[in-house]
Ligand binder design. Structure first.
Ligand SMILES: [Zn+2]
Length: 124
């Protein structure tokens, strides 16, 4: 995971510090990842179509956590894309989710209040 983060930091200067929304958009643009807000039964999902990746965020939820969810899905893409075509909370095991959360936390900085809240919920 450290290797992945180091490689991505070299590619995206914005990864060097916790990205804000526009920083994340620049990373996604450079990686050719589409981000869409659509109604979903879960907070976020990573999907592949026609060889391109898209991060879907639930359009019915508060925008407040979008940055973390988008970083989490981006982490799946960076860490786990050789294994599956699509990632959802239903199909991934706990250790895969933990890896994505850990990388998302490293991207955003662990002090991010959204990350803290997410981790608290995750324990329940
Ligand atoms: Zn996940």
């Amino acid at each position: 995971m450290r290797v992945v983060l180091a490689r991505k930091r070299a590619r995206h200067p914005a990864v060097a510090k916790p990205p804000d929304w526009s920083g994340l958009m620049r990373i996604l643009e450079r990686e050719r990842i589409t981000l869409l807000h659509v109604p979903l039964p879960r907070p976020a999902q990573l999907v592949q179509y026609c060889g391109a990746w898209a991060i879907l965020l639930d359009s019915q939820r508060s925008r407040r956590r979008d940055l973390f969810y988008a970083c989490h899905e981006l982490a799946h893409l960076w860490l786990h894309t050789n294994e599956r075509d699509a990632f959802t909370r239903d199909t991934l095991d706990r250790s895969t989710e933990d890896e994505a959360n850990t990388l998302a936390e490293q991207l955003m900085g662990k002090r991010d209040p959204v990350v803290r809240r997410f981790n608290m919920e995750r324990r329940t």
